[in-house]
Design a protein around this ligand. Structure first.
Ligand SMILES: *Cc1c(COP(=O)(O)O)cnc(C)c1O
Length: 371
């Protein structure tokens, strides 16, 4: 391995040199300077969501799933009931979490290429008064599908239920403002659109809900009420923090702001996505989703139907050209995925156009394209 590959994946993602350099310092977890770093990160994350006055930001050690599990385990009372909205693998994971932490739940499912319908949600909520919470994946990273968060949040609010949003692969790139979209909790992580390194999740949780959540959690370490209470009292994380990850996220957030914040990040990812879709269309590779539900985050492509095509071979050859792609995650159709997130730019020399050129050349070399 001589080159550092560009990661065109659902995460971890390619980070900037400046973000990686921010990890060259060792921090003491009790030290004031580090605690200020944590406080600054939390403040910036709340600001980004327009949630500074309504929500707390509770950071949590671990990957994104840890934070999702902590949010459900802490905020859903033991006698609560969750309606899980599912149109892909991450939605399935929400249901699995409810089952593991022992919260009652039902599911409302749609096909993997169909957004969740607000009208159907309306019907299901009207039919069962026992629901306390609704859980939604904003961008279903297993396909790249964008769910209609605004419409769904409006229905949930109208029924007086609480919304938990997994915005893992959208936060920082897609617009989302707590002053316009009501959510009890939003969960995201350091290593996706914010372009930090992986290792820290966070939950933006309504202050009153968090205060009322004492004793709900099924777990000592994944109790957001306790994490928040300890942090408010001491300024410190409750258990050893991922210091280098926090420092990298702090640097990544500075760059996010300098770039122009969420709108600029969305523009760059949208450019990446367009370059990718145009380039693949030009060689006859079709994307799985219809354009109007495609988020500019990650794209699922139908694999070539030629018998000579094998993903492993394809992957190895594209990697040799400096890019890591990702297998598909669909049960019915043979697909692969190429991400648009991370510190890459359509315009840059190692950016999306170069990736598309590499993929096109590899598929040509493999002689699997219909021409
Ligand atoms: C990445 C991601 C997660 C978290 O996955 P981890 O493997 O725990 O980092 C959860 N939900 C969605 C939608 C994601 O894209």
């Amino acid at each position: 391995m001589t080159i550092t590959p560009i990661l065109l994946t659902p995460g971890p993602l390619t980070t900037s040199l400046r973000t990686r350099q921010a990890m060259l310092t060792d921090w003491g977890s009790w030290d004031r300077d580090f605690n200020q770093l944590t406080a600054s990160v939390c403040e910036q994350l709340l600001g980004m969501a327009g949630a500074s006055s309504s929500h707390h930001c509770v950071p949590l050690q671990g990957s994104g799933t840890f934070a999702v599990e902590a949010a459900i385990g802490t905020l859903v009372p033991r006698a609560g009931k969750v309606l899980v909205l599912i149109n892909g693998a991450y939605g399935q994971r929400l249901a699995k979490i409810c089952s593991v932490v022992g919260r009652r739940f039902s599911t409302l499912q749609s096909a993997e290429d169909q957004p969740i319908s607000a009208a159907e949600l309306e019907r299901v909520l009207a039919a069962d008064a026992a629901f306390t919470h609704v859980a939604l994946i904003h961008c279903e990273t297993s396909t790249g599908l964008l769910n209609p968060l605004r419409e769904i949040a409006a229905v949930v609010a109208r029924h007086g239920k609480h919304l938990i949003v997994d915005a893992m692969s959208s936060f920082g790139a897609l617009p989302l403002d707590a002053r316009h979209i009501r959510f009890q909790a939003l969960v995201a992580a350091s290593g996706k659109c914010l372009e930090g390194v992986p290792g820290m999740g966070f939950v933006l949780a309504e202050k009153a809900a968090l205060a009322a959540a004492e004793g709900n959690a099924h777990s000592l370490a994944m109790d957001l009420h306790e994490q928040q209470a300890y942090m408010a009292k001491t300024g410190q994380w409750r258990f050893t923090p991922p210091t280098h990850v926090v420092a990298a996220l702090h640097a990544a957030l500075q760059q996010h702001a300098e770039e122009g914040g969420q709108p600029a990040r969305l523009q760059r990812y949208a450019r990446n996505c367009k370059t990718l879709l145009d380039g693949m269309q030009a060689i006859g590779i079709r994307s799985f989703l219809p354009a109007h539900v495609q988020a500019p985050i990650i794209v699922t492509f139908r694999a070539p139907s030629h018998p000579r095509y094998r993903f492993d071979d394809f992957y190895r050859r594209v990697k040799a050209k400096g890019f890591l792609i990702y297998p598909g995650k669909l049960t019915q159709v043979d697909t692969f995925r190429i991400g648009c997130m991370g510190c890459i730019d359509a315009a840059a020399g190692n950016g999306m156009q170069a990736a598309v050129d590499a993929v096109a050349q590899v598929l040509g070399d493999m002689r699997v394209l219909n021409s």
